[in-house]
Design a protein. Structure first.
Length: 57
């Protein structure tokens, strides 16, 4: 269970144990509710020397 600072609550459980690419893994099940409260736009200046080493994920 995860309780956020704004009062939302999420429950997680392991549905199944498995292997992926030869490594132990799990299939999680997560329940709860979330609401979109904002958006962000990232732009990179092509002349900025930091751009080649900056990753947006």
């Amino acid at each position: 269970m995860h309780d956020s600072i704004v009062g939302s609550r999420f429950h997680a459980r392991v549905q199944e144990h498995t292997r992926e690419h030869g490594r132990a893994a799990v299939v999680p099940v997560i329940t709860g509710a979330a609401y979109r409260v904002g958006t962000s736009t990232f732009e990179a200046d092509p002349y900025d020397t930091l751009v080649p080493g900056f990753v947006l994920r």
